[in-house]
Design a binder for this molecule. Sequence first.
Ligand SMILES: NC(=O)c1ccc[n+]([C@@H]2O[C@H](COP(=O)([O-])OP(=O)(O)OC[C@H]3O[C@@H](n4cnc5c(N)ncnc54)[C@H](OP(=O)(O)O)[C@@H]3O)[C@@H](O)[C@H]2O)c1
Length: 228
Amino acid sequence: MKTALITGCNRGLGAGIRNVLLKEGYRVIGLNRTLSKEKINNYVEIECDISNLQNIKESKKIITDKIDLLIINAGIRRFEKIENLSVSDWEASVNTNLNGAYYVLNLFIESIKETNGDIIIIGSHSEKYTFEKGGAYCSTKLALRGLAECLREELRYDDIRVSYLSLGSIKNRDHGIYEEWKLMPEEVGMAILNIIKLPKKVYIPYLDIRPLKPLKDDREGIEKLQYV
Ligand SMILES: NC(=O)c1ccc[n+]([C@@H]2O[C@H](COP(=O)([O-])OP(=O)(O)OC[C@H]3O[C@@H](n4cnc5c(N)ncnc54)[C@H](OP(=O)(O)O)[C@@H]3O)[C@@H](O)[C@H]2O)c1
């Protein structure tokens, strides 16, 4: 049985990816800040704030499985004009979206090397479609792409594929409005499954995934991201 390690799979996109992998016969380990406490076969969650290096080190001690698939998913979105953005929101964004990704990769690459596994980095369209009030989110997702691209070069000759997914709008929760046009978390999970099932020599280091028919609208700011 293969094992996937996912950050932040108690809800939202991470939970959808988790469900697809469980259905596919993977064992899934979640590094979750908030435990979902769901009792699901082959699903284990470890309480872990990925912005806290010590938390990740402690989590790693508990994990005895070999890791075949590492998915860097956990992320936060803090939207404010840079002049009004609080230092704490800036730091939380960098510490979660960028430092957290680095901590997990830094500590788990050796596990992935044991299996010649795959690494999926959940990025966002915000790495290329910037918008006002997006300073903290856009810049950390763009930096994350830089990290993914360097890692790609470092690991390709170890037979490890690193894929950065630049994702459009995802229906990560029920907002009580019609949002079925968005990507469903499980649909992104299906895309991931297809990427990793390709013959190992076929490499998709960067993939743009978006809903086919976004709503047409003239909104501003973050809302614009939903219409590309
Ligand atoms: N939603 C979209 O339209 C969209 C589009 C493109 C890309 N993405 C990306 O997809 C990823 C998942 O987003 P989502 O839409 O599923 O958001 P979400 O519903 O807000 O879920 C975010 C997940 O990340 C976890 N998380 C946040 N900070 C964490 C930390 N310090 N340590 C551990 N886990 C932490 C959250 O845990 P808690 O429950 O503890 O908060 C939650 O499980 C993010 O990287 C996001 O940038 C989302």
